[in-house]
Design a protein around this ligand. Sequence first.
Ligand code: PMP
Length: 351
Amino acid sequence: MKYWNKTLRDMSEYIPGEQPENLNEFTKLNTNENPFPPPAPVLEAIAKQCNGNLRRYPGPSAMPVRKLFAEKNALAPENVFVANGSDEIFTLLFRGFIEPDGLAAFPYPSYSLYYTMAEANGISYETINLDESLDVNFDAFLEKKYDMIIIANPNNPTGRGVAIDKIQSFLSRYEGLLVVDEAYVDFYGETAIGLVKQYENLVITRSFSKSYSLAGLRVGLAIASKDIITGFLKLKDSYNVDRLAEAGAYAALLEEKGFRYNIEMLRHNKEYLEDALADAGFEIVPSKANFLFVKHPGVKSEEIYTKLKERNILVRYFNGPVQSEYIRITVGTMMEVKLLIKEIRDITGAE
Ligand code: PMP
């Protein structure tokens, strides 16, 4: 740490879900990836980029993706920013939008990368606990003057969704920058994109990592007023989205039918998993995402996590108040779901 600055020394570390090298030996239900591959045309579009042009830099702002997404959502390309995963957008927000002495706020529990990225950029923040039903306590976010608030809709790790009218009503009372992280919106959600034209203090983030099965490609989007998007473009790395990522994201946006089919299958698997876990005695937080936040009345979540891992099944367990009572299970293929249920019934002693 000799050459680290104080911020780096003091910041907490983001702990990603395990990504084992011997991936094929595991049933991996811990990082909310999509178990189905993207449709073939998406893979073909990526492969097609592996030619002599790779020696050339990509376009600086992935304009074809911006144009196509804008066209599909009745926006202008100037309302869309393409990022190296939606994670990049959070970094940029803390680096260049909130003042260094500003104050951010996030719900807890939520996606812990917000806390880490705020710290990495020297931004102070507060967390506001979810209420008893694990919903966002919007009134509490108005009790102080917060310069930036990020909420995930649906939230990770709980899977709970927020109704758009609640977001709108909050925006009518809030003057700072509200970021709505819609990484999981495609599974069941209602999007707040329609509010971008009305509220210039709203940023929506989207990810190609979940519904589009492209977590390995690293593409995300920010949708906001032209002024905010201009800020992102000024602040980003020179070529933040590579040629493969740009081609994959573009092709993915054209492949709606294939993705809708995958999402339908996942919804079916999720309902099956919900029923089976309820049958095994689990308490399940109603989820609008591709994962379930669950706890068992008799067996500690950490123990379930550890025992599943011993059987080569990875689910997510988080330390910390409230969340350590639960495990988060990503919905997988039907085979994965059935294997998980078999083992989890055995571990919890379900009849
Ligand atoms: N937002 C939330 C709420 C997430 O759970 C995740 C994935 N862990 C992300 C954003 C990250 O998305 P990306 O892969 O696009 O960086």
